[in-house]
Design a protein around this ligand. Sequence first.
Ligand code: FES
Length: 192
Amino acid sequence: MANATISIGGIVGVVLAIPIIGSLLPPKSSSAGSWSPLSSQELDLLQKATDKPVKLTFTLKFTDAYLPEQSVPEYCWGIKVDPAKFQAARPDIFNQPGGKADVDYPVVTMGFVVFSPICPHLGCYYNWSDAQNRFMCPCHGSQYTFDGTHIAGPAPRGLDPLPLRESNGAAEVTWIIYQSNTPNRIVVSYQA
Ligand code: FES
């Protein structure tokens, strides 16, 4: 009897947990994120850049349930790419049937790719090294080429792209947090 009670309780718990877990998951569409405009001067630099990434700064606005809207300075890394070459260089992104990306937004927009500044290993901010000609993470030594390919250290995937769009002559980016330390890109949230 006691075992039966425990089993029924377990089933009820699972049934209740599914909708609760579902309500915690972020929505699938990238339209769920808010868009932040990038600086036109920095975008001009990116337009002229050939083999160096450009740090693109912006103001990230977000809200939570208890506080008024917050604004924090953020940045992402932009690179100028040939779309076909980029796709060939990053099989960790374009790994779905038909060569589609594992994210639900265009990875290359206006000839640019923007990367989240957060290392896919455990979430530190990495930097670009001119001397080493690569992105380098100070925390555990993961390294990435100009196009975000993972080449050294413990990170399980290459750098994560962020959604970029053109809007009224300006470029805007959406902030996404991806789960750390997984080979696949799993969206954790669309805001900080
Ligand atoms: S967080 Fe970047 S290598 Fe660990």
